[in-house]
Design a protein around this ligand. Sequence first.
Ligand SMILES: *[C@@H]1O[C@H](CO)[C@@H](O)[C@H](O)[C@H]1NC(C)=O
Ligand SMILES: *[C@@H]1O[C@H](CO)[C@@H](O)[C@H](O)[C@H]1NC(C)=O
Ligand SMILES: *[C@@H]1O[C@H](CO)[C@@H](O)[C@H](O)[C@H]1NC(C)=O
Ligand SMILES: *[C@@H]1O[C@H](CO)[C@@H](O)[C@H](O)[C@H]1NC(C)=O
Length: 338
Amino acid sequence: MESGFLLCFATFALLLPFFSFLAEAQGIGVNYGMKGDNLPSPSEVISLYKSRNITKLRLFFPDKEALDVLRGSGIGVILGAYNEDLPQLAENASFATSWVNESVIPYATSVEFRYIDIGNELIPGDSASYVLPAMRNVDAALRNAGVAIPVTTAVSTEVLDTSYPPSQGAFSDDVSQVLTDIVGFLSAKEAPLLVNVYPFFAYAGDPGEVRLDYALFTSGGVVVQDGSLGYSNLFDAMVDSVNAALERAGGGAVEVVVSETGWPSAGGDAGATVDNASTYINNLVKHVKSKAGTPRFPGKEPEVYLFAMFNEDLKPAGTERNFGMYYPDMSEVYHVSF
Ligand SMILES: *[C@@H]1O[C@H](CO)[C@@H](O)[C@H](O)[C@H]1NC(C)=O
Ligand SMILES: *[C@@H]1O[C@H](CO)[C@@H](O)[C@H](O)[C@H]1NC(C)=O
Ligand SMILES: *[C@@H]1O[C@H](CO)[C@@H](O)[C@H](O)[C@H]1NC(C)=O
Ligand SMILES: *[C@@H]1O[C@H](CO)[C@@H](O)[C@H](O)[C@H]1NC(C)=O
């Protein structure tokens, strides 16, 4: 009996890290955007995450109050840096060290950081060349402090020149060199690439050409046949076109984490209604929970962060202000079953 107990214990001890990794990786994340002058306090917001069983969150910058509330919460966190800090993070190693000293180290033992996101949608753009040097400086500062958190950056699907059919996905010429170097870094560090994936913008930009049911996961069958792979929703097609581009850039093993995806409930553009937003988000959540993966990687569902928790009134007028699942008073714009 004693040896049985020991064996049992040993098995449990071996499995424990595995299970805690699974627990950490499971579930849908939600972006916690703060561009509103009427939003609830971080402690009310984090309580709302907990009450809805939302297990992951993305912060766009190191908000000390939110990070304090996240201590011991078990919520997985993607931590971003201000885009404005990129030049200094890239050119001044001691600025990167003090950023890590102030924004990460004080929380490293109590907040479950998943990734540090250096730069949001800076490629293509004037600041694109700062991204990799800034990632390297932050990574070095973390390593020097003995903290192991993968460092990455977030791009939109604008980095693709070709995205149709998905197997032809390729980075455009103007970003190809920058991204190939970043992909090399991510490969070597086994870090994922964060990608903001918006079927909504594809639909709203060309509603005559892009089928709404394909964008909303309601087609009920294959819409795009790509060689042997059949696509019934645009989300999978967009993720796989990035997967194909990564492979072309020598990063076939680099994982895609969907750092943003969402659908506005108002604001004037084609498709921006509460019902369409609810359909998109709830079907997406079901898709992620089914762990179906994409046609290119069946069974390997990407980690996904919905955009966003709240409608944000300081964003540009129109659909941009209406991506929230909640109004600032914490009532639901539409219900999401997590
Ligand atoms: C959260 O998860 C717990 C445990 O799985 C469950 O009992 C509870 O009903 C869930 N709450 C919500 C709001 O989904
Ligand atoms: C580099 O960053 C450090 C730490 O923030 C700062 O004290 C120093 O002035 C910066 N150097 C330059 C040249 O900006
Ligand atoms: C960062 O923190 C370490 C450890 O406390 C300290 O030695 C170092 O001077 C700090 N560096 C900066 C640039 O703040
Ligand atoms: C979804 O968007 C389309 C296109 O704008 C619109 O015609 C339709 O009424 C919307 N559907 C719902 C259920 O809101």
